[in-house]
Ligand binder design. Sequence first.
Ligand code: GAL
Length: 952
Amino acid sequence: MTSYVDSTAPGEGRRAPRADLRTDAPRLSLNGRWRFRLSPTADGADGPFDDWDTIRVPAHWVLEGHGEPWYTNTAYPFPLDPPHVPNDNPTGDYRLRFDLPPHWPDTVTVLRFQGVDSCAKVWLNGTELGHSKGSRLPFEFEVTGLLHPRDNVLAVRVHRWSSGSYLEDQDMWWLPGIFRDVELLARPAGSVDDVFVHAGFADGVGTLRVDADRPGVVEIPSLSLRFDTGTEVSVEGVEPWSAESPTLYRGTLVAGGERVDLAIGFRTVSIVDGRLLVNGRPVLMRGVNRHEHDPHRGRALDLETMRRDVLLMKRHNINAVRTSHYPPHPEFLRLCDEYGLWVVDECDIETHGFAYSGWKGNPPADPAWRDALLDRARRMVERDKNHPSVIIWSLGNESDAGAAFADMEEWIRDRDPSRPIHYERDRSYRHSDFHSVMYPSLDELSAIGQRAEPAPEGVSADDAARSRTLPHLLCEYGHAMGNGPGSLADYQKILEGSDRFCGAFVWEWIDHGLWGTDADGVPYLRHGGDIDVKPNGDRFCLDGLVFADRTPSPGLIEYAKVIEPVLVDVKPSGITLRNRYDVSDLAHLRLLWTVADDGTPVASGELAVPDVPARGSASVAVPEAALAAAPGTGERWLSVRAVLAADTSWAAAGHEVAWGQGMLAVFRPPSRRANGSALSARIDPATGRLLGLGDLAISGPWLDVWRAPIENDHGHGGLNELSRAWRAVGMDRFLHRTDEVRTEDDGTVVVRVHSGPATQTLALTAEYRWAPVDDRSVHLRVRVEPVGIWDGTPIGHHSVTPPRLGLRFGLPAAIGAAEWFGRGPHESYVDSFTAARVGRFRAEVDALQTPYPVPQENGNHVETRWLRLLGAGVPRLRVTGDPHFAFTVRRWTTEDLDRAVHPQDLRPSETVWLNVDHLQQGLGSASCGPALPDRYRIPVKPYEFGVTLSVE
Ligand code: GAL
């Protein structure tokens, strides 16, 4: 039985889609508390009205105490039998009684829904208005003549599943309900319904035409312009709009007594010789994929949350957003216009789950769905066409190929020839102005940069040849799931290295975690696997650069640094500034410098900002005063920070946008030599491990090769499953056997230990040489050698390699803080340390762990020169590198971290665990992406490293 719920029809009774306009005509928000009743099937339930609950609108009912949210990645949560959905189809009946405000005009009135998931049927005062699908797109009904001054009853029946759900298989929570605003709009007689602003910019001149469905007059006071709709005017001396300099000219269109607000940004988007240009200049988008998400409210975002996203992005040097994978709330685009972000506006279409039928029945390829797909394209373009920030239309995500994309393309090109079109998944790229891929390896991306990518399978030679002429838009890379992603700097280098690239978008902006409580009432962020429904996409929704509460993760800090708009290259011979802005010079910045010895500032000052045009560079001399500072101790570093000279709309004066550092000199202290004093280390003659160091109780070291696997260690879809291979060979359970403890004539204690897992021959033998330095210090030199069969258990075609190589020590729980000189303050790894500057840092032990919502390895610090651990009532421990080491300090073991399922499972132990590592494997982004490059793994070979341990 097919009803409107499972017919492919996109809707019925709706008005034609049009622009989202702000006007001075009367408007009544119908947001607020509505009556609500949930029934198990699409038929709803009969019965009295008085037992209905109440619910807030906008919201998702599953986040308001009615049923559960449900997360899947690619799977449809119902049988793949398009366009049908099961009888079990939770259906929410919504009812609102409302009065019209006094003096509501007796004119055309429109009822608008900005977003209802997934299908709504609407009645007003008993009259059925129609229905609509297309969750993240607006729909309107004309209700003229149906309204009363008082006691109107608006009823909306919302179905969780509908034919529309087949087009909405994005990797995200299924969240039903009226989740965007509902409003009533008076349309004064003679007013315009739709407006299309055409504002271009070329050769210093703006052109402007405002089309409307009825005649009206346009006024832009700041440009002294007044002209009729439909007339094109040229405007000399306008500032063009760009993400860097988002100049908006505000004005009005007056028709039928109504004033429509206009926010005009002059800009022209073009593709010339295979490059994307805006206003005639090349642009490199440094972007993110943004889903709408709030950990309490799902996709029902308020304006402040949207603004927070925009501000956070701007403050982290992000200049572009792909609205993955649907048009966002219209206010978000207004914010992008205002604050300046390039936008790839993506249509609400994804049919990924048809992968499970081998793409049989895929809607874009089936004419029965043509109207439904076109309807979505039209509603997006009509709604968003006036935003200068929107520079590219995307036809949707991961929906394979089909004729409907040709229809959508044709319709869009006809309606809005001013913007290029993007679609990634049809490898012929026939309906796309961009070549585009997701998650390439570094090598694959380099080939794309050289327009030398291999022809995709099944694509004609002509299509392949054409696609090589297109600019490349990297729509997803850098999978930010858990700790990571690594290699952002490597990718950026490639992206900056070829003019084919117009932009890249990290996957993704925010973790989609939803607050809930565990059995003990402890609040925590839930992922798909925390809710008892099947199938579910488990933790795959936690892959953002910001945590679900919008706290920046170390990944975001790294990204901000990697894409900083000025490259500040500091060398003793001079400072080079490379301006990476596409439009701006550097006049809005100040350059502040500091010279520090081992992290302690010894001189500082300010550099004059040279005149550097967009994409240009300049050299400046190292300031005299920096060179003149008297010799000190340790490493002398010159740091130069580029900060905002004045307040902007998105950050205050002084906000840092870029920085660079270079080492000027090293002042070596006189070397300390063994003075014949006894070894301060007390070593157990049986195990060869420490019993104490001076008065400090310290245990260890244990040779440590294990890390609590990060999400990227698990790989994806059976590929790159390093963690599985590690466990198979026992990397997580090394056992140790001390073979020898002896003291040499000079007092050096030599310990030989064999460390390896049960069942395997593979092992590491280590020789530890403990040499006295003075009565408070001991030098430890470690030589490690692999023995046994390491090639036996391959991962893919690789042999197993350990995730870590270092020493683990146990310390008293009284240790409360760490101070170090090295990279910080954030955690860093071999493939993610660009944002960690060399300096002197201090942190509480509890702050040295990053609270990833799924516990995993974290808190590493590469290139540490020395570390001091301090606590009340215990001697301080100092670790000095030979020259560098990496450290991790935490109140639980790696094994505890590995076992923990949620953060609340981690409890401080009686020991503070310190890892002094020679190496730790990089992060990569194999949780959805290529294998970790070999250079970030730890080859199985002999190693030698040393540290000095001192008590202070
Ligand atoms: C892509 C997809 C995204 C997301 C991502 C992995 O294939 O477009 O929606 O699923 O992978 O997190």
